[in-house]
Write a protein that binds this ligand. Structure first.
Ligand SMILES: *[C@@H]1O[C@H](CO)[C@@H](O)[C@H](O)[C@H]1NC(C)=O
Length: 210
C-alpha cells in the first residue's frame, strides 16, 4: 500500500506547489537589467497583454535620412519575449530607402518580405558577398553577427517582417559607427583610408563631431 500512496502524495504536492514561474520570464522593465536578460516580472502580475504586441500593425515613419523604419518588438518593447530566445520587428522602406550595412551581435535574423521588392544581402567574415532581390513571400537569413543590408529595389513602398534568434539582438550600423561618432576626424581618416574632406562630409551628414 505505501508504495502506491507515496507517489500519489508526491504528485499531488507537486501539483499544489507548481507555478508558472519557470514557463516564462516576462521582462520587468523597472528592475535592473543584467547582461543576459531583464529580471522576471512577478508571475502573479503577468497578464495576456505581456504576450501580445500591437506595435507592428502600422507602417513605420520613413521620413528620415535612410527612408527606412525598423519597428522593434524586442524585450525592451515586448517584455513577453524576454528569456525566450526570439523576437520580431517590422521593416518599412520607402522608395529608395535603405537599411545601411549593420550587424546584430546577439542573434541571427530571418526576413520575410510581404510587400514590394527588397535587395538584401550579407558579407561573410571572409568578405564573400551573398545578396539577392527578394519579392513578396521570399525569405532570407542573415547569420548572427555578420554585416548585412536591405534596399528597396522597386518603385513602391516595401515592407517585411524580421525575426531574430534573440529577444535582444542589438544593432550596430556600420556607417553610424564610423561617422556618427566623436572620434577625431584624423583617426577616422587613418582607420578608413578616406580623405579628410570625405570624413568631414560624412560626419556632417550622419551627425558625428570631431
Ligand atoms: C515622421 O517623421 C518626421 C521627421 O521626424 C516628422 O516630421 C513627421 O511628423 C512624422 N510623421 C508622422 C506621421 O508621424
Amino acid at each position: 500500500m505505501p508504495n502506491i500512496i507515496l507517489p500519489i502524495l508526491f504528485i499531488s504536492s507537486f501539483l499544489l506547489s507548481s507555478s508558472d514561474a519557470s514557463d516564462f520570464c516576462v521582462a520587468d522593465l523597472q528592475a535592473p537589467q543584467g547582461p543576459a536578460a531583464y529580471s522576471c516580472k512577478k508571475s502573479e502580475l503577468v497578464t495576456v497583454n505581456d504576450f501580445v504586441f500591437s506595435g507592428l500593425r502600422e507602417e513605420g515613419n520613413t521620413s528620415n535620412l535612410i527612408k527606412a523604419a525598423v519597428t522593434s518588438a524586442f524585450s525592451a518593447q515586448f517584455p513577453g519575449v524576454n528569456g525566450l530566445g526570439i523576437s520580431v520587428a517590422r521593416l518599412d522602406l520607402a522608395v529608395s530607402g535603405v537599411v545601411p550595412m549593420h550587424t546584430h551581435p546577439g542573434g541571427s535574423e530571418i526576413i520575410v518580405v510581404v510587400r514590394g521588392t527588397i535587395t538584401a544581402g550579407f558579407l561573410s567574415s571572409a568578405n564573400k558577398v551573398y545578396y539577392k532581390a527578394l519579392r513578396s513571400g521570399d525569405v532570407m537569413v542573415f547569420p548572427q553577427g555578420l554585416l548585412h543590408f536591405q534596399i528597396n529595389a522597386g518603385k513602391t513602398t516595401a515592407s517585411a517582417y524580421l525575426s531574430f534568434g534573440s529577444p535582444s539582438p542589438g544593432v550596430q550600423v556600420l556607417d553610424f559607427a564610423l561617422f556618427a561618432n566623436d572620434l577625431p576626424s584624423n583617426i577616422v581618416q587613418a582607420t578608413t583610408f578616406l580623405d579628410g574632406v570625405q570624413v568631414k562630409k560624412l560626419k556632417g551628414v550622419l551627425g558625428g563631431t570631431g
